[in-house]
Design a binder for this molecule. Structure first.
Ligand SMILES: Nc1nc2c(c(=O)[nH]1)N[C@H]1C(S)=C(S)[C@@H](COP(=O)(O)O)O[C@H]1N2
Ligand SMILES: [Mo]
Length: 445
């Protein structure tokens, strides 16, 4: 039979001859391995792909097209790293404002240390207060008696102090998975932390102030200057339904991992609103304004932290009028003991896997891993969370039949049965809620 069009070339051949083109062909603009790193990865693809026959059409060219993880050996052409004071090297997302992501392999601790926490700022980082104990926060608006408290008073015992391990995840975590690309920091899966926070329940403060019947929503204000320096503009000022403010895990925090909160993470007082977009966890907290309607501060309305109610055409423009606020974050998992792009010794036939999984206000019911491109899946062990809104440890082992090129695919399922999808769903202009199955490339031999 005469062939139609050009004869098919094997994937390995395309990658070897013109890796960048191969990358673009299959991944569109998402492919991000550049230059030397891509070439060496392309050469690696010359290795046998034992499960090539199980590759779904269209998904073919491999997680090798994702940037190599820095922990895999710092391949040239991988992501740019930044070394901040007191921090492990983080993936740089931007310097102004300062944004940096944790590589997944940094997220192995049950309790995320300050050194391994991602950093997300919308404005400037304010100066450290000279007297943290005198720092004042105010609660006003639809309350019977506005409340003003210093950090020292929050610490002083009038309200019970509680300590909880709480996930704090940027609403844009996973944004890099959207196609077409959306605007904003191109986070992988690393805009997440689960530190141990100590503070007063916001609920207790709201009860002390006395909520009026008209109290429907919060509005949060911090001390960080707007990027422009304009004192009349807020870097970010978001708010939430009063129900979430009254959740027992929503804290006005004064300590992180038993220490004063580091400056970058909101010293000396910040809000922690676990399971919902991180933007609701106001750093350098100054004021909570109780409102009788949805808050309209910086970062509210339009397409900000909002997702379509009815799906829209990917890549289309939309003013977000019919969108809804993103609330509980979708289920996601990280693999923390094996970096994407890792090379294992020839003859390796068993690989231990370990990571964390979480699902906003929900819990995680299961985590599965596959090494044959999703044809078969193995159930991993999943531990109970330390408390509500803490992430969960998962672990297990997978078997490899031979040397060659493999991808570890990992996906979590939440307590309602929702699973991470194959590709990011419900495309939206600012890229929220992207939580597809993750893929880590592994070369054995
Ligand atoms: N005052 C203030 N609070 C803020 C922000 C900010 O820019 N200013 N960024 C928010 C966003 S978008 C996120 S994801 C988290 C990040 O917290 P972290 O930097 O401590 O990891 O802080 C939130 N609180
Ligand atoms: Mo965020």
């Amino acid at each position: 039979m005469p062939s139609i069009g050009k004869p098919e070339r094997g994937l390995e051949e395309v990658y070897r001859d013109d890796p960048e083109r191969a990358d673009a062909l299959v991944w569109g603009r998402r492919g991000a391995l550049k230059g030397a790193a891509l070439a060496s990865m392309g050469a690696a693809l010359g290795a046998a792909i034992p499960f090539a026959g199980r590759l779904p059409g269209g998904l073919l060219p491999a997680a090798l097209a994702q940037p190599a993880a820095p922990a895999a050996g710092g391949a040239q052409g991988g992501p740019r790293m930044i070394q901040l004071e007191g921090k492990a090297p983080l993936i740089l997302q931007g310097e102004r404002p300062l944004n940096a992501e944790a590589p997944e392999t940094l997220l192995d601790d049950e309790i995320t240390p300050a050194a391994k926490m991602f950093v997300r700022n919308n404005g400037q980082v304010p100066e450290a207060p000279s007297d943290p104990r005198a720092w004042k926060i105010r609660i006003d608006g639809e309350v019977n008696a506005p409340l003003e408290l210093t950090q020292g008073e929050l610490e002083g015992g009038r309200f019970p102090l509680v300590t909880r391990r709480l996930q704090l995840e940027c609403g844009g975590n996973g944004r890099a998975s959207f196609s077409p690309e959306t605007r904003g920091n191109q986070w992988g899966n690393g805009a997440i932390s689960c530190a141990e926070w100590t503070g007063v329940r916001l609920r207790d403060l709201l009860q002390a102030a006395g909520l009026k019947d008209s109290a429907k929503f919060t509005g949060h204000f911090g001390a960080d200057p707007h990027l422009s320096g304009d004192p009349d503009r807020q870097a970010i000022s978001r708010g939430m339904r009063i129900e979430k403010a009254l959740d027992e895990d929503t804290l006005v925090a004064i300590r992180m991992n038993g220490q004063p909160i580091p400056l970058l993470h909101g010293a000396p007082v910040r809000l922690v609103t676990p399971g919902w977009p991180g933007s609701l966890s106001q750093k350098w907290l100054r004021r909570i304004w109780i409102r009788d309607r949805p808050h309209d501060g910086q970062g509210m309305g339009g397409t900000s932290y909002r997702v379509p109610v009815q799906p829209i055409v990917p890549g289309s423009r939309n003013d977000g009028r019919d969108f809804r606020d993103l609330e509980s974050m979708p289920v996601r998992s990280v693999l923390t003991n094996l970096a994407h792009g890792t090379r294992l010794a020839a003859g390796t036939r068993q690989v231990d896997l370990r990571g964390h999984a979480w699902a906003g206000d929900r819990t995680v019911r299961a985590v599965h891993a596959s090494v044959d491109f999703g044809a078969t899946w193995q159930e991993m062990r999943v531990e109970q969370p330390a408390n509500r809104h803490a992430w969960q440890r998962w672990s297990g082992q997978v078997a490899l039949p031979s040397d060659g090129y493999f991808e570890v695919w990992y996906r979590a399922t939440d307590s309602e049965g929702l699973m991470q999808p194959h590709l990011a769903a419900n495309w939206n202009p600012q890229g929220y809620g992207g939580n597809p199955i993750s893929r880590a490339a592994v070369l054995v031999g």
